[in-house]
Design a protein around this ligand. Structure first.
Ligand SMILES: [Zn+2]
Length: 138
């Protein structure tokens, strides 16, 4: 079968490289780790506050994988935009407030919450330890 390919080889390889990048993003790593540790979970449960990324229903635990910039991690491993500062300050502040509300609501309903930060992926050994102790302890 002959199929018309609208992409040049350069465009295709660029697109493929993005696919791989998507697979290695922090959330995918956390998913793979949790799976490898033997835990089963549901993804992006919209009925829970904040739509947690990984939901371990029987353990009543959830994990959020957060980007350091979007959720304003204290690590400071990101650069604040230089333009439209007021817009960004307001938007990011709203994100942080919404996060706090979601954690409170989840905790109020008996869920334990773990936030994995994007920057923590740089130390996979430590991250496995964090996941293990969070998920194993009752
Ligand atoms: Zn961070």
């Amino acid at each position: 079968m002959l199929r018309y390919d609208p992409l040049t080889p350069e465009q295709r390889s660029e697109r493929m490289s993005r696919v791989r990048a998507a697979d290695t993003k922090p959330e995918m790593l956390v998913r793979r780790m949790a799976h490898a540790l033997g835990f089963r979970y549901r993804l992006h449960v919209k009925t829970l506050p904040g739509c947690p990324d990984l939901v371990f229903s029987s353990r009543r635990k959830v994990i959020f994988v957060h980007g350091c910039f979007w959720h304003q991690h204290g690590c400071g491993r990101y650069r604040m935009p230089r333009t439209r500062k007021r817009f960004w300050n307001k938007k990011l502040k709203t994100n942080v407030q919404r996060d706090a509300e979601n954690y409170n609501q989840l905790a109020g309903a008996g869920w334990e919450v773990l936030v994995v930060w994007e920057c923590e992926v740089a130390d996979p050994v430590r991250l496995v330890g964090t996941l293990t102790s969070f998920l194993r302890c009752v």
